[in-house]
Write a protein that binds this ligand. Structure first.
Ligand SMILES: [Zn+2]
Length: 229
């Protein structure tokens, strides 16, 4: 299921081949949103934002007015949570927190979440449970099987730039995936690298403080580039 070739490092504009846009095509190759809406995206503002639809079998929206994203962001959430519904129908719908305001920009309580490319996503406690009213600190109650299923579903979209999560949870995921034979050591090293220090951010799933009760998912732009300022 998990395609390592779709990792952030390799999912680049080269995949577009001859479809790569040029200035002559009437789009701004520097990454600014264009009328076509097909090139680049910003981590500071949102144009043509899409509101996360109400799909209660898949997820619970905490604050729909702060849940606007790029098409890639919304598609990734719907695809990953739909997959969870199919794979683990007994699991709780996934709690979705803030994405961005309709036109992006500053959002209280966040440094990022300004361009519709960041979403806060609940993680499962033991028994594939989610708190439908918010995020719970889980500690050892982290459900490693369900959370790996959700993370791998996000990675399978091919649109994930990185995921922020507490390093203790990352260590649990790495131990589980390698011991269960789901990932080779080399594959695990690509997704959750062994850092000299957990604050070194190089992997696809990487540590950030204050992410022991949810994960933060950042998507790529529609052309595979990183969101720019
Ligand atoms: Zn966040």
């Amino acid at each position: 299921m998990l395609s390592l070739l779709a990792s952030a490092a390799e999912f680049g504009p080269s995949l577009e081949g001859e479809m790569m846009p040029t200035e002559a095509d009437g789009v701004d190759v520097a990454g600014e949103p264009s009328d076509t809406g097909s090139v680049g995206c910003s981590d500071q503002y949102l144009e043509n934002g899409v509101q996360l639809p109400d799909l209660p079998l898949f997820f619970t929206r905490q604050n729909p007015e702060s849940e606007y994203g790029t098409t890639e962001m919304i598609d990734a959430i719907v695809a990953a949570t739909r997959h969870m519904r199919w794979l683990m129908p007994e699991a709780s719908p996934v709690t979705i927190g803030d994405i961005s305001h309709e036109r992006g920009g500053f959002q209280s309580g966040h440094i990022s979440h300004r361009g519709g490319v960041d979403a806060d996503v609940g993680i499962y406690s033991t028994g594939a449970k989610q708190n439908l009213r918010g995020f719970d600190v889980l500690g050892a109650n982290f459900d490693v099987v369900a959370n790996w299923a959700l993370i791998s579903a996000f990675l399978d979209t091919g649109n994930i730039d990185f995921i922020l999560l507490d390093h203790a949870h990352i260590a649990r995921l790495r131990a589980y995936t390698t011991k269960a034979g789901l990932l080779t050591e080399a594959e695990a090293e690509e997704i959750f690298p062994t850092e000299a220090h957990p604050w070194d951010r190089t992997g696809i799933v990487r540590h950030a403080p204050n992410h022991d009760n949810h994960m933060h998912v950042r998507v790529l732009c529609s052309d595979g580039s990183h969101a720019g300022r």
